[in-house]
Ligand binder design. Structure first.
Ligand code: FPP
Length: 248
């Protein structure tokens, strides 16, 4: 696997020593993709799910360690019920089939976000898929599902308040690390590269804490049109940037 990644990287002129550890993806533009073709929005989401499989496979082959994809935000409940139901069905299928479809890729699947608003069936399936894939050695794929960056920070803050209330911590002792430990991505590195497709240039409440020093790359393609070669191009752009983390 390592040899394969090495050979592919060489071909594509990427710097293996400077790969992003963690990529965040805002998969935007499914609806517009479908509209352009006179198709229902659901067709755009279906095509988006296919695109996602190829991108995760490519990221894994390139040696990226973590990928977080924005599948359903805390605000997406505002969409028409039929669209919400379709997205939930798609996600359910993805989780159920993940074992088979991504087995060869060795992907570890996790869901991040607030679970209690999801159906019990979905909550059960998330646990099952996480359990089934947890010992794999490949890329960690976080599916942001009923996820909101502010909700995540609120969740972390509430945990810390509890710890203070129980006398386990005093407010003066609280550090950034404590906040991080209450995030859904606890134990994972910050996002290095954030990609948003469709030409929009917003964060839309995605990983507000974890993208603090991420390089952002906005791509003028709709998500279902985003191909593995576009991922490579985004990594190339990332590698061309000078990251200073506040230094000089
Ligand atoms: C944004 O496009 C996309 C979403 C809200 C959903 C993303 C979901 C998928 C890519 C497929 C399902 C994911 C998994 C993990 C199976 P939009 O609908 O806002 O597009 P628009 O801005 O063109 O209307």
């Amino acid at each position: 696997m390592l040899f394969k990644a090495f050979r592919r990287n060489e071909e594509r002129d990427l710097d293996l020593a400077n790969m992003p550890n963690h990529i965040g993806v805002i998969m935007d533009g499914n609806g517009r993709w479908a509209k352009k073709r006179g198709l229902p929005r659901s067709a755009g989401h279906k095509a988006g799910a296919e695109s996602l499989k190829k991108i995760v496979t490519e990221a894994n082959n390139l040696g990226v360690k973590y990928i977080t994809v924005y599948a359903f935000s805390t605000e997406n409940w505002k969409r028409p019920k039929a669209e919400v139901d379709y997205l939930m069905d798609l996600l359910m299928d993805y989780l159920i089939n993940a074992e088979k479809t991504l087995a060869g890729e060795n992907v570890r699947i996790r869901a991040i976000g607030s679970r209690k608003e999801l159906s019990e069936e979905m909550q059960r399936q998330i646990k099952k898929t996480e359990e089934l894939t947890k010992d794999r050695s490949g890329i960690v794929m976080n599916i942001a599902l009923n996820y909101g960056g502010r909700e995540e920070l609120l969740h972390s803050a509430k945990m810390l308040c509890e710890a203070v209330k129980n006398g386990e911590k005093s407010p003066e002792e609280i550090t950034e690390k404590d906040i991080e430990e209450g995030l859904y991505t606890a134990g994972q590195p910050d996002v290095d590269l954030l990609i948003r497709t469709s030409g929009e240039q917003r964060l839309s409440n995605f990983m507000l804490w974890q993208v603090s020093y991420a390089e952002m790359v906005f791509v003028n393609k709709l998500w279902p049109d985003f191909k593995p070669k576009d991922l490579i191009e985004c990594i190339r752009v990332y590698q061309g940037r000078g990251r200073r983390f506040g230094g000089i």
